[in-house]
Ligand binder design. Structure first.
Ligand SMILES: Cc1cc2nc3c(=O)[nH]c(=O)nc-3n(C[C@H](O)[C@H](O)[C@H](O)COP(=O)(O)OP(=O)(O)OC[C@H]3O[C@@H](n4cnc5c(N)ncnc54)[C@H](O)[C@@H]3O)c2cc1C
Length: 523
């Protein structure tokens, strides 16, 4: 329009119409929005999209793709078991430095009574000023964020696998959050490099650990189990009135993780991570109708060890809801930020960037930190013009810090150094524990003293714990071999894995962010 008067509003100003000029309202000519695609709408992809939208408002246009979604009427919903998607039931612990940095509206939606609990103590990543870590189900996070993405933030959702486009025209940012086995990252290998397992190997072989995840309903208050978990390294219980008891296995024990079909072993729990659910005293996979062998094999050496671990946390076999198994290993990434085209940058986020051994419980926290860091970086740098590589120096630095901090922590947990600092892996420890001689009284006393020390140490950092007698009862009810395995596995190496945490820069507040308005009169 020849007589149009144009006001250029900066990065995140509201949609503005110029005051009437005579009888005519003149529309604002605005900078085009930041265009963002997200591959993967798990907890990290969705949290990233919602956070970025809450920071940049209508200055950003976001589209998220996930292959686990489908369209129902005018909504996008999660596929269910009937559509071949087993929703994840695990309970994760979010540190308060992480949950308190999520948009206020997201926090209000996630943390409603009954949907979270505070089980773990305050620590460097959960300072008293922000509050205790919170246990919450991954499934609940995903449900809330998917609803908020469409109802609150108006984000475009594409219920399909992400396909790399032939050209990147017009796209400013590709956030890659499609999980540990990221196909998108693999398809862009020439930009991000090839992940290496070299640094996480022992004697030249990558170290992988096999873990059993036993989903249970719990009768004991969540907090009471914390000293039991922290006193040993064989079993870990993370609960929200029920949750997963995870059990680390030796190679021999892992060889028992077999599913039996009518005519022999079936690729099932070992290969596809299927859930084995209770069915007339056995545990059966819904999908393959195969039976979890240890639960029916009278000669199984693993099954009684599983039951003993359950008993330690006050859980019986009737309280088991499902059994899963997974393998944990780590790889080093060379970079997390890459220029895909002159005006398009790609970023690895979440498990696609850093997949961690979960024993120290940091995978999702690290993923959310990566998402928050990128959202804040984009808020600070978007000027309506193509980005330059230098715009992301801060974010890439944070990603490298996270990789160093979190993988060092997880690797130490995998190597399990002894008191002299010499690595003594969990397999060796479990094997030693399974061999005699056994001095039952000494074993009970050692484990009990450990629990008492941990209780004392945690005293002022969390709520009330159970009585000493209750802990003694739990320990003295254990089988002698299980006791020795627990003693040999060692208490959590909290000093070695503790210390300073990676801080994510804060978002710029709306007042500071409001840019200088430039009035440009075009006539
Ligand atoms: C037993 C267990 C316990 C854990 N406990 C903790 C804990 O206490 N604390 C903690 O911080 N972390 C914990 N973790 C880790 C945590 O669950 C993960 O770090 C987190 O789920 C990673 O989120 P993400 O969104 O990056 O990846 P994912 O959760 O893997 O999501 C990736 C998404 O991408 C989609 N996708 C995949 N490929 C494509 C494609 N090609 N196109 C489109 N979409 C695609 C998938 O459908 C999925 O929705 C635990 C993990 C396990 C297994």
């Amino acid at each position: 329009m020849a007589d149009e008067k144009t006001v250029l509003i900066g990065r995140c100003g509201p949609t503005v119409l110029l005051p009437k000029q005579g009888s005519k309202i003149v529309p604002l000519r605005r900078t085009a929005p930041l265009r963002v695609d997200v591959a993967g709408g798990g907890p990290v992809g969705l949290a990233y999209a919602c956070t970025l939208k809450s920071l940049l408002g209508d200055q950003v246009s976001i589209r998220v793709h996930d292959r686990r979604w489908m369209r129902r009427g005018d909504r996008v919903v999660w596929r269910g078991a009937a559509e071949g998607n087993n929703r994840r039931e695990q309970v994760v612990t979010l540190q308060s430095n992480v949950w308190a940095a999520l948009p206020e509206a997201v926090q209000q939606r996630l943390f409603v009574p009954g949907r979270f609990s505070e089980m773990w103590p305050l620590g460097p990543d959960s300072p008293a000023s922000k509050g205790r870590p919170r246990n919450i189900k991954v499934r609940w996070i995903e449900d809330c964020l998917l609803d908020m993405a469409q109802d609150v933030y108006g984000i475009e959702l594409v219920p399909a696998a992400y396909e790399k486009p032939a050209r990147w025209d017009g796209l400013h940012v590709l956030a890659i959050a499609d999980g540990a086995r990221s196909a998108t990252r693999d398809s862009l290998r020439e930009h991000f490099g090839t992940p290496s397992r070299e640094l996480f190997s022992v004697d030249g072989s990558p170290l992988d650990e096999r873990v059993l995840g036993i989903r249970v309903t719990a009768k004991v208050p969540d907090e009471h189990t914390v000293p039991l978990t922290v006193a040993q390294n064989r079993f870990l219980f993370n609960s929200l009135g029920g949750g997963f008891i995870n059990m680390r296995l030796t190679t021999e024990e892992a060889s028992e993780i077999v599913a039996l079909g009518e005519s022999g072993p079936v690729s099932c729990i070992g290969k596809f991570g299927c859930s084995m659910r209770p069915d007339n005293g056995r545990f059966v996979c819904d999908r393959h109708r195969a039976v979890f062998k240890p639960s029916v094999d009278r000669l199984s050496f693993l099954w009684p060890r599983i039951l003993d671990g359950l008993r330690f946390f006050g859980v019986g076999v009737a309280d088991v809801v499902a059994i899963n198994s997974f393998t944990l290993g780590m790889q080093q990434m060379s970079k997390f930020t890459a220029q895909l085209a002159p005006s398009t940058f790609g970023f690895l986020l979440g498990d696609a960037a850093n997949s961690l051994h979960f024993w120290p419980g940091r995978g999702l926290n690290t993923g959310l930190k990566s998402a928050l860091s990128l959202a804040v970086n984009l808020q600070k740098r978007w000027r309506g013009k193509p980005f330059r590589a230098a715009d992301f120096a801060q974010h890439e630095g944070i990603m490298q810090q996270l990789q160093y901090r979190e993988k060092s922590r997880a690797w130490t947990t995998m190597l399990m150094p002894d008191s002299e600092g010499v690595p003594r892996g969990i397999e060796d420890r479990i094997r030693t524990g399974l061999q005699g001689p056994y001095d039952r009284n000494a074993l009970v006393q050692t484990l009990y003293q450990r629990v008492l020390e941990i209780k004392k140490r945690l005293g002022d950092r969390m709520g009330s714990l159970a009585t000493d007698e209750w802990y003694y009862g739990r320990i003295s009810a254990l089988d002698t071999r299980t006791l020795k395995v627990m003693v040999e596995s060692g208490a959590w190496i909290t000093r070695e894995i503790g210390g300073e945490e990676v801080e994510i820069p804060s978002a710029v507040s709306a007042d500071v962010q409001a840019p200088a308005r430039r009035l440009s009169l075009v006539s």
